[in-house]
Design a protein around this ligand. Structure first.
Ligand SMILES: C[S@@+](CC[C@H](N)C(=O)[O-])C[C@H]1O[C@@H](n2cnc3c(N)ncnc32)[C@H](O)[C@@H]1O
Length: 243
């Protein structure tokens, strides 16, 4: 079995299938509702960890000037919307010189930063790129979400001739949520991808944001407008620059 080091190199081929129940159109509506009071429709928008760009595709109905970015070329390349101007880059080292009124990241992409140093770099990059009145909104998965996800530790399926097995586990002590994929492509070649996500304590985000000249305006239970706390499963931060 071949082990791959790069996350999403092969998983990108089945990602849309894995996410088939996710309503990205409703998710984009939610993001618009979250952000519309802070930014205008003419906003310069940057998405981090955009994956296959489904959110950007729907959100561009509201915000025309949107740039989805991701570390994985294969994920960006799998976008069905080829008109989007996509940029392959690491969210901890963003290659932009213009400022953005809205920066966002969804579906636990930030949890992929498994060292605190990387979270710090992300927040520092965002702080430099955000316009003075701009907002940064991102979601993260917390421990209670991992507890739910490990209730179904193995999933398997087949999509367009690709056979996969997905194992999920959570190391409570190290706070690492692990997703392992065994994939057999149509040509019978086997691959293994291991994705690690760090499940940081809720209050770490507040501390690290503050350290980088950012503060939390709101923090909701994801997909709602109810306040989150450390017992939430996934939380949605809305952040601004400290004046
Ligand atoms: C769970 S997927 C979410 C994708 C997309 N946001 C969605 O809603 O479907 C996580 C994404 O984060 C990306 N990612 C992981 N680490 C990253 C980094 N350091 N910089 C940019 N993107 C990263 C992965 O390549 C992957 O596409």
């Amino acid at each position: 079995m071949q082990k791959l080091n790069k996350d999403y190199e092969i998983v990108s081929q089945i990602y849309s299938h894995l996410m088939k129940k996710v309503r990205y159109d409703f998710w984009a509506d939610y993001l618009y509702m979250l952000t519309q009071e802070y930014v205008s429709k003419r906003a310069n928008v940057l998405e981090l960890g955009a994956g296959h760009c489904s959110l950007a595709h729907h959100l561009k109905e509201y915000y025309k000037k949107i740039i989805p970015t991701d570390l994985s070329f294969q994920m960006l390349n799998s976008s069905k919307d080829k008109k989007l101007r996509r940029v392959c880059c690491n969210m901890t080292s963003l290659p932009f010189q213009t400022s953005f009124d809205l920066i966002f990241s969804c579906f636990d992409s930030v949890n992929y930063l498994i060292r605190k140093k990387d979270i710090n770099n992300l927040f520092s990059n965002v702080s430099s790129l955000l316009s003075d009145k701009g907002i940064f909104t991102f979601d993260v998965s917390l421990e209670n979400n991992s507890k739910v996800l490990i209730k179904e530790p193995i999933r398997e399926g087949k999509y367009k001739g690709v056979i996969y097995k997905h194992f999920t586990s959570f190391n409570k002590k190290k706070r690492i949520h692990r997703n392992e994929f065994e994939i057999q492509l149509k040509n019978k070649k086997n691959y293994r991808e291991v994705h690690k996500q760090k499940i940081y304590p809720f209050f770490d985000y507040f501390r690290l944001l503050q350290k980088n000249g950012l503060y939390v305006v709101e923090c909701f239970n994801a997909f709602t407008f109810y306040d989150a706390d450390e017992n939430s499963k996934r939380v949605q931060f809305i952040v601004k620059k400290t004046e």
